[in-house]
Design a protein around this ligand. Structure first.
Ligand SMILES: [Ca+2]
Ligand SMILES: [Ca+2]
Length: 339
């Protein structure tokens, strides 16, 4: 009994440490009709009289490389003159940001770093009201700077994640750690909070989605909102998202939030497991090669071992109903439910 208790503590400590370093889970948008709208409220960047306030919009994203150009996060209008801001993925796989000042032109920065490689990338778009200057950083590399425009937001009713109110198009990819600040963050400031969740919310952080409300690949039917961790109440409803299975749902996030970006790029595609819950078998994808695995139950006992092959089924008919953890040799761990 005591041995089991010690094993349990050791196992839970290991799992806790894994989670403590990570960005939790993330949310996959299907590129077909998934989006999260935020209706205008207040007087800051979410209001309709927010002209010429500094801002920073940042998030982690794992782009679905099979899709073309689309709007990732926007609050814009171009019926007639151009207003608001947009963060778009281009057909080339780069990122373009822009602001409109109620004229016929956008002030834009087009990045050179490509994000359509299946890896996680960090995007930060800043607007400095004092300098009338926009900047785009990808993975903390400055992509460009453009001066001269002050954005106009009049009569734009919605901020949208994964879409555009104006175009009604939809982005395919996985988002995590979506943050909107009311200051133009410097690169040093961006780097200081990029790789981990923010525990103590500064007043300049006016929207913060940790995207941790559901469980990765689990049936999350009862969970349908992005909760604003700032306490400012910018709750986002998930539109057209089924919230079960491989996408339109919570999924794995950045492999390890404390790794450098170079570290991410050296890791392979994200680990996924489906179906979840499962009855007879599970399938794991995102393996570097055939990898030894072990399955643990919730008291930390190893109940099954084998070699996981990418995209091949692992039989679990021999497991009792319950929650399990599949752990790979490189310590990547994923939770699943046996029905
Ligand atoms: Ca998260
Ligand atoms: Ca959908």
């Amino acid at each position: 009994m005591r041995k089991n208790y010690i094993l349990l503590v050791a196992f839970l400590t290991a799992v806790f440490n894994l989670n403590a370093q990570s960005l939790g889970v993330a949310v996959c948008f299907d590129g077909f009709n998934d989006y999260v709208p935020l209706l205008n409220t207040g007087t800051d960047i979410f209001g309709d009289n927010s002209n010429n306030d500094s801002f920073t919009i940042e998030f982690w994203v794992s782009d679905n490389p099979t899709t073309g150009s689309n709007q990732m996060l926007t609050k814009h209008s171009e019926g007639g003159t151009k207003k608001g801001y947009f963060i778009d993925k281009t057909t080339a796989g780069s990122v373009m940001v822009g602001i409109g000042n109620n004229t016929n032109n956008w002030s834009t920065v087009v990045g050179t770093t490509l994000i359509n490689d299946g890896n996680w990338h960090h995007i930060a778009f800043t607007y400095d009201a004092t300098l009338a200057e926009i900047k785009l950083y990808i993975d903390s590399i400055l992509q460009g700077t453009t001066n001269g425009f002050t954005p106009v937001f009049d009569n734009i009713t919605e901020t949208r994640i994964g879409s555009s109110q104006h175009w009604n198009t939809y982005y395919a990819g996985v988002f995590d750690e979506i943050r909107i600040w009311n200051t133009a963050r410097t690169l040093a400031e961006i780097n200081s909070t990029r790789n981990a969740e923010i525990a103590t919310i500064p007043s300049s952080l006016i929207l913060y989605y940790k995207c941790n409300e559901g469980m990765a690949y689990y049936d999350n039917w009862l969970t349908y909102q992005f909760v604003d961790a700032t306490g400012n109440g910018h709750t986002g409803d998930m539109y057209n998202m089924n919230r079960f299975g491989a996408c339109s749902n919570w999924v794995n996030s950045v492999p390890n939030g404390t790794l450098s970006v170079a570290g991410f790029e050296n890791t392979v595609a994200k680990l996924t497991l489906y179906p979840n819950p499962a009855t007879n078998f599970i399938t794991v994808t995102g393996l570097k090669a055939n990898e030894p695995y072990a399955i643990y139950n919730t008291i930390g006992a190893k109940v099954k071992t084998g070699t996981a092959v990418n995209n091949a089924a692992i039989t679990i008919t021999d497991l009792a109903k319950g929650m399990y953890f599949l752990k790979l040799e490189d310590n990547r761990t994923i939770k699943f439910i046996k029905k």
